[in-house]
Design a binder for this molecule. Structure first.
Ligand code: HEM
Length: 397
């Protein structure tokens, strides 16, 4: 089996489940060479991914959670500043505490009515047309609107910011030179405007609260705010979008499962949504770096080695999921790891679940007879998985 977990080509039509299967069965902690780096261990079994994600003592999120190392002496590329996603406890704990309250289940539920109204508005926008690009016109709208509302920004700006995150997540070799860096710069430029605006006229929103709060007895510096801003816009954007588009594609490809879901949508959606998360696993991997020599599933890992957790592979591990290659919307229990686990486990997961349910309920109750109008085009990325565009035809119910 040819194993290549770096080439965007391996991810050009979804995740490489045949490679994942071979790795889980034959080399669950597998050494992969890297053309421009020191190489990395690919971890593909559920139990091992779970163990690595929780063991922050042995497996650090610094200097980065992406496979390529930052340039020497560059830190994370933001001077002395770090993004929360790439910090370890206890530093990480202090930063996560600043925004944790905004993302609890009760806090997410308070947003539910508004999120449902946004879902209605999004479907209103396409329902008469009979055809749309489901990714851009439906799935992508939801997370970009929700993040804009969380931050107290105009919905239209959320849409622009979200386009930037897509560029940031696209494999650099498939973009014009410098496009990724330019997208980050634009995000910071916009974020600087938010700082000025929210300092002058604070509102009842997360951006204003972040600017007012204190860490270690002082206010956040501008760059610390900007890195939070980038993380939040980035983390909640094409992940949720890809779940929605990839989820609808899975339903179109499994009409029997869709019929089962529609027979009692309200009761079945919460269980079905977890299976769609397992099935699509929008975040392909997170990287850690071994802090000291350690053994993992019988494999000796050396201090400094990169250890990469493949969530989509773990989510099809037959040791945990019966008939993992089958989409089974009634699957219960469903201990998937699409949101990660441990100290960095997805902070936005309660909001994401509310967004997914609201959008799928709206789409499935108002639209029917979905058909692909052209083959979906997949995002060229070995980090985030999902269709980049998916033209569909449908009828209004
Ligand atoms: C289907 C949608 C989503 C998926 C699949 C997803 C997945 C993930 C994963 C795998 C991680 C890393 C976990 C780890 O390292 O163990 C993560 C972290 C994170 N996610 Fe999500 N996410 C989604 C939606 C969201 C949304 C809507 C938001 C916010 C509005 C969000 C905010 C975050 C943040 C802030 C982190 C970093 C947490 C930390 O470093 O402590 N995510 N997410």
């Amino acid at each position: 089996m040819q194993i290549d977990l770096l080439s965007p080509a391996s991810f050009a039509a979804g995740q490489p489940h045949d490679q994942y299967r071979w790795l889980r069965e034959n080399a669950p902690v597998h050494w992969c060479d890297e053309p421009n780096g020191r190489g990395f261990w690919a971890v593909t079994r559920h139990a091992d991914v779970w163990a690595v994600d929780r063991d922050f003592q042995a497996f650090s999120s610094e200097p980065t959670i992406m496979i390529p190392d930052p340039a020497p002496g560059q830190g994370q590329g933001f001077g002395p500043y770090k993004m929360m996603l790439m910090m370890d406890p206890p530093e990480h704990t202090g930063f996560r505490k600043l925004i944790r309250q905004e993302f609890t289940l009760p806090a997410a539920r308070l947003r539910e009515d508004r999120i449902k109204a946004l879902a209605r508005q999004i479907v209103d926008g396409v329902i008469e047309t009979g055809q749309c690009d489901f990714v851009a016109d439906v799935a992508g709208e939801m997370p970009s609107f929700v993040i804009a509302e969380l931050m107290g920004l105009p919905l239209e700006d959320g849409r622009e910011l979200y386009k930037l995150t897509e560029t940031i997540h696209t494999a650099p070799e498939t973009l014009p030179p410098g496009a990724g860096g330019a997208a980050v710069a634009k995000m910071f430029e916009y974020g600087s405007g938010v700082i000025a605006e929210k300092r002058a006229r604070p509102g009842d929103d997360l951006a204003s609260r972040l600017l007012a709060c204190e860490v270690e007895g002082r206010k956040l510096e501008d760059m610390e705010f900007l890195l939070f801003f980038l993380l939040l816009v980035d983390a909640g954007g094409d992940t949720t979008r890809n779940l929605l588009s990839g989820g609808l594609l899975a339903l179109m490809q499994h009409p029997g499962q869709l019929a089962w879901l529609l027979a009692d949508l309200d009761a079945r959606l919460p269980v079905a949504r977890e299976e769609l998360l397992r099935w699509t696993s929008p975040v392909i991997y997170m990287r850690r770096t071994a802090r000291y020599d350690v053994e993992l599933a019988g494999q000796q890992i050396r201090a400094g080695d990169k250890v990469v957790m493949y969530f989509g592979a773990a989510n099809r591990d037959p040791a945990v999921f019966a008939v993992p290659e089958a989409l089974d919307l009634a699957r219960e229990p469903n201990p998937h790891i699409a949101f990660g686990t441990g100290p960095h486990g997805c902070l936005g997961q309660h909001i994401a679940r509310i967004e997914i349910d609201a959008m799928l309920r709206e789409v499935l109750t108002r639209m029917t007879s979905f058909q692909l109008a052209a083959p979906p085009e997949w995002l060229a990325s070995n980090f985030i998985s999902g269709p980049k565009s998916m033209p569909v035809r449908f009828k209004a119910r």
